[in-house]
Design a protein around this ligand. Structure first.
Ligand code: NAI
Ligand code: 6NA
Length: 487
């Protein structure tokens, strides 16, 4: 049952184990993108002075935190997981009100955050190195790992619980302290997550949250000489800026950025399954996932049948306030995001043929929000703007091909390489796709979205800085390997 509340949540910054107001005395007010009359809450519009205080606190906490055992650090993460688990409905309801994701999806994401915390809590008891035989028989040689120190965590609005946690949890378990800056569009939700860390009793300064403009606080994290590592998820423009700043000052950085993810529907595919997965992968969360499907590449033998099935199902999608039972797709996160999506839709109308959707939704249920109709185009060439650029909205581009080879060539013909999927029952086609598709995540007979917390996640080409997050892979970024030789 949908949870209704008029609760307004306001958060200060969390610095050195205390909630403190920004020196700016300014706040950012977040409204519900499904109903802008609903004020979700307020967060600090912080200054660089606030950020510096957070970095100073994180730096001061480094040594004692690093000197705890992994098992001791893990106990804090287990407690945070239990507390977050007890607040799933509240946090999820805030997420839906703040960024528009439907309540069931928000609950799923929040539960995923709980699972990620527990996964990394367990990492505190796992090996960190190897014994390597030295050529000197009287010597001992082995590897160990040391934390980076203070890690800056900069996160987007589309997964306001999962992404902050899948960065913060490994940072902490491997001995780093954290300064977390969430996207302003979902910062109230992040505040609730940080409350769980506070209630878990993390020592002062180990985790800090600073909210504010990306160009001030995010940029400040990238530039701060006492921030030893930066993990970022967001757009390519911002990510590359961060990477250049970090490289210039010798800080370690990790960038997870955009995608333009294809699904290939082969002539032997289960078409009903392919239709369902194309809709789920492309349109859930209003298409606002970096792993979302946006290009639909279909072999000509089955193109017309697939197209008719797809369009019929897309037209059935219930769009509305994600807190309402039965709503399948919510609004865009903001007016600016809606305007971006609508501008790409207008471009698509010039580049191909509109099959359904293609407009802002209006009427009593929509006029107070940022709602766009789920949209499908056909006759889209690979050179088209909507085939090349990330839209981050519920827009699918159909492309017809005459062979699997042509399909994979088209699928690879973008600057991104994050995720990709294929629907086929043919083993040879599956193996060709797995071998030739340039993407960090390839899925067979499953939608392009769907990251599992225990597996490495990240993109190829322009989708990332080529590191991987999640699972054991996270260790590679959040620690440095030290080779030890004892004579
Ligand atoms: N590859 C991946 O795993 C993911 C990629 N994304 C991408 O992110 C974009 C949508 O998310 P947004 O939050 O709008 O991205 P964004 O790049 O605008 O913002 C991401 C974060 O960077 C901060 N930021 C903004 N300007 C900054 C600057 N100059 N210096 C440092 N930090 C700055 C923002 O405040 C936010 O916290 C899309 O391109 C999407 O594909 C989103 C989620 C996952
Ligand atoms: C930051 C990207 C998150 C992808 C979440 C998913 O596809 O399950």
């Amino acid at each position: 049952m949908a949870v209704q509340t008029e609760k307004t949540n306001s958060f200060l910054n969390y610095i050195n184990g205390e909630w403190v107001a920004s020196h700016s005395n300014e706040v950012i007010t977040n409204r519900n993108p499904a109903n802008t009359d609903d004020v979700v809450g307020q967060v600090q519009k912080s200054s660089k002075e606030d950020l510096n205080q957070a970095v100073v606190s994180a730096k001061a906490a480094k040594k004692d935190w690093k000197n705890l055992s992994g098992a001791e650090r893990g106990q804090y993460l287990y407690k945070a997981a239990d507390i977050l688990e007890s607040r799933v409905e509240e946090v999820a309801e805030c997420m839906t009100r703040e960024m528009g994701k439907t309540f069931p999806e928000a609950k799923g994401e929040t539960s995923r955050g709980v699972a990620i915390l527990r996964y990394y809590a367990g990492e505190g008891m796992r090996k960190v190195g190897d014994v390597i035989p030295s050529t000197d028989s009287s010597a001992l040689m082995y590897t160990t790992r040391t934390p980076l120190g203070v890690v800056g965590v900069i996160t987007p609005w589309n997964f306001p619980v999962a992404i902050p946690i899948w960065k913060t949890a490994p940072a902490l378990i491997y001995g780093n302290t954290v300064v977390l800056k969430p996207a302003s569009e979902a910062a109230v939700t992040c505040g609730k997550v940080v409350e769980c860390f506070q209630e878990a009793g993390f020592p002062a300064g180990v985790i800090n949250m600073i909210t504010g403009q990306g160009s001030v606080i995010g940029q400040g994290i990238a530039e701060h000489p006492d921030v030893n590592g930066i993990t970022f998820t967001g757009s390519n423009t911002v990510g590359k800026n961060i990477g250049q700043i970090a490289l210039a000052r010798g800080a370690k950085y990790q960038l997870e950025m955009g995608g333009k993810n294809p699904v290939i529907v082969a002539s032997d595919a289960d078409l009903d399954l392919a239709v369902e997965a194309t809709i789920s992968g492309g349109l859930r969360s209003t298409g606002q996932k970096c792993t979302a499907t946006s290009r639909v590449i279909v072999e000509s033998d089955v193109y017309e049948t697939f197209k008719e099935k797809l369009v019929a199902k897309v037209k059935e999608i219930a769009v509305g306030d994600g807190l309402q039972d039965g709503v399948w797709m919510g609004p865009s996160v903001s007016k600016s995001q809606l305007d971006t999506v609508l501008s790409y839709i207008e471009k698509g109308k010039e580049e191909g043929k509109l099959l359904c959707g293609g407009e802002k939704l209006s009427g009593e249920a929509y006029d107070k929000g940022y709602f766009v109709a789920p949209t499908v185009f056909e006759n889209i060439t690979t050179e088209a703007t909507i085939a090349q650029e990330e839209i981050f909205g519920p827009v699918l581009a159909l492309m017809k091909v005459n062979s699997l080879e042509e399909a994979i060539e088209l699928a690879n013909d973008v600057e991104y390489g994050l995720s990709a999927s294929i629907f086929t029952t043919n083993i040879q086609k599956m193996l060709s796709f797995i071998g030739d598709m340039d993407a960090g995540l390839v899925r067979i007979n499953a939608e392009s979205a769907g990251v599992e917390l225990q597996a490495p996640f990240g993109g190829m080409k322009q989708s990332s800085s080529h590191s991987r997050e999640q699972g054991e892979a996270a260790k590679e970024f959040f620690t440095s390997i030290k080779t030890v030789f004892v004579k």
